[in-house]
Design a protein around this ligand. Sequence first.
Ligand code: GLY
Ligand code: MN
Length: 464
Amino acid sequence: MFEANVYIERRRVLKDKFDSGIIIFLGNNDSPANYLANTYSFRQDSSFLYYYGIDRPGFAATIDIDNNLETLFGNDYLIDEIVWVGSQPTVNEFAEFVGIKRAVELDKLSEQINSAIKKGRKVHFLPQYRSENIMKLASIIGVDSSRINDYASEKFIKAIVAQRSIKSEEEIKEIDAAVDIAAKMHIAAMKMVKPDTDERKIAGMIEGIALSLGYGLSFRPIVSINGQTLHNPYYDNKMKIGDLLVNDSGAESKLHYASDITRTIPVGGKFEQKQKEIYEIVLKSEQNAIDSVKPGITFKDIHMQAATDIASGLVELGLMSGNPEDAVRAGAHTLFFPHGLGHMLGLDVHDMEGLGEDLVGYDESIIRSEEFGLKYLRLAKTLESGFVFTIEPGIYFIPELIDMWKQENKFSEYINYDKVEEYRNFGGIRIEDDVLVTEDGFRVLGSKPIPKSVEEIEATVPSK
Ligand code: GLY
Ligand code: MN
């Protein structure tokens, strides 16, 4: 937890954006995996963490703007809980840790909200993503649970997005630390990439490093020789010479700030010629994208430039043809680069995505595209100093997509399908780093770079 003043100041900034009404925060509860007592590891709601820092299940909080009254809701542990899971600070003590004067039992929450509603006061709450909180709120507010998020407060969401998007120094320190743990995870993984090794050994080791250092994972790691599947969640393969292993994994700091890093590693320690050529294209587009980060530029422009760099490289290799800018405008590059260049990063690995992607990554000046590829761009808006996000271009050969487009003869003026066939079993390459926008440019987060060039990777991965 940060010091109380951090949370007091964050709530003060939030309160200042409201003239009236009541603001509600629901913390998360333990969530059963296969029976009630066997739970997934607890993850607090990120907005609750941001304003209250309390990393325990069973809390809620309100801010009554009209009466300038802040309340923390929770229940003290009874002896049965203490016997099984140990003691913890009382709700009053938690309130004191985060600068709140009033702490009451959890079941008082519905009373407070109901009385506000009866008086015709505006109640502001966030979109909910966990079933218990959906049901709880729906029953308090008195609407059907399937429609509760229709009543979420856009004013509240926008206030939070504005605040959480600009990372403070203490937050940047946390993300830097999470990147440094990810660096350890990635370098250790590179050293394990040998023929006949199971993917799951690497996935297990990655998780072990994060846990043993007191950190967690920011998401389930992607560790796959089938890197053409963007978020491949399985670890069932054995690696062999000639495979490329995509390792997309990140840590979560003690205060739950995320890192998200991707490296692509040749099994056997040396990139084959074809692999090296594609790798260099992805690397160049990533480096150019990072170099162009500064306040005032839109992330969509950086995405389009990265797509153009990829298309130019593919034209040089004969996989695409024609003018790369025209090809990108038409969307032909999305056969190879079907996702967005990056996303916000913070307390969530896709930061604030639960509040609504468009309210986080877009603004009035940029409307989200519905086209294949561009529709997956999560961040598009103008960059401001203090934003932290990922930059993660990639080139993939997805057999199902190739077959579909080829059959439709889609963009045949830009795509050389005969040549593409030669890469059918290539897999995929992605390279990802975490970047902070500074007053006059950018900083790649982490205290030292993680091997990335062909030479650096080959020097780290054991040769067969
Ligand atoms: N690293 C996983 C993602 O960006 O979605
Ligand atoms: Mn990512």
